[in-house]
Design a protein around this ligand. Sequence first.
Ligand code: ADP
Ligand code: MG
Length: 323
Amino acid sequence: TEVLLEDLDHVGPATAQKLKDAGFTTIEAIAVASPAELANSAEIGESTAAKIINAARQSADVGGFETGDLVLERRKLVGKLSTGCTEFDEMMGGGIETQSITEMYGEFGSGKTQIAHQLAVNVQLPPEQGGLGGSVIMIDTENTFRPERIAQMVKGISDKHGIEYDPEEFLKNIHVARAFNSNHQILLVDSANELANELKNTEMPVKLLIVDSLTAHFRAEYIGRGTLADRQQKLNKHLHDILRFGDLSNACVVVTNQVMSKPDAFFGDPTKPIGGHILGHTATFRLYIRKSKGEKRIVKLVDSPNLPDGEALISVTTDGIGD
Ligand code: ADP
Ligand code: MG
């Protein structure tokens, strides 16, 4: 049976409601929160917050340390999502992994949003066809989600698999939210957790979270050296929130990050994605995407905890991402 927030020691009905309103809707979310974060959200003292967190940890069994065999046990649950391109999948050791953040960075027009759309389609397929049989949450910060493009890609996979898929069914499993600024973007992760919880025991649990673009709002809003530390701190927390989402839902997390072709005085080296070191340490897989001839794109695996660096050639056509 499921443990409710109200069942935790030190949590009365009023505190439970405040926690839920602040987005702490599950025991797991509380278990991994910081006392300060919880105290602010629920208007309680930090020592009470710490006690609640402890109670949640005991209940959810998410202590600080894990033995290697338990990590291995959790790793066994890692799913792999096919990109629809053989070389790309091979480079990723089978596909995009769940429980990790995969960052795609590249210039404007390199194909980041196209790949995101394709993954939103592929994830819905059954495992036999490279999917994870799940639905998608997309945080769209640049208003670039296009249902028409999804329909084209569904036609693409219909032709590929010789099965007549219904685009409308695919669109129903893509939950899109526009993020209007960086604070809104951060809050949407809480909504994403709620939605994932609602869909957890349905036929289409959430198996993919896309944040496209992760950094655009942060970049636009935090300009100048003085605000850099503040931006990094916010971005860092945001990244940990989404990584936590991936762990709790055993879902893929794919984020995009645009790099500028022109040098940018505020953000340093133009070939380096913004977010710098913080993003580098949190994003488990980093993919650098660049244009090649015509519809061809080169995807370079820059950083991975367990795979050799490599390059894959993909193509972006009307049918979607392919070999
Ligand atoms: P970004 O990296 O900025 O997100 P996009 O993913 O939006 O870039 O890529 C845009 C490019 O994708 C276009 O320039 C075009 O080459 C390709 N593209 C977009 N839509 C289609 C389509 N319907 N058919 C073929 N190629 C497309
Ligand atoms: Mg884009």
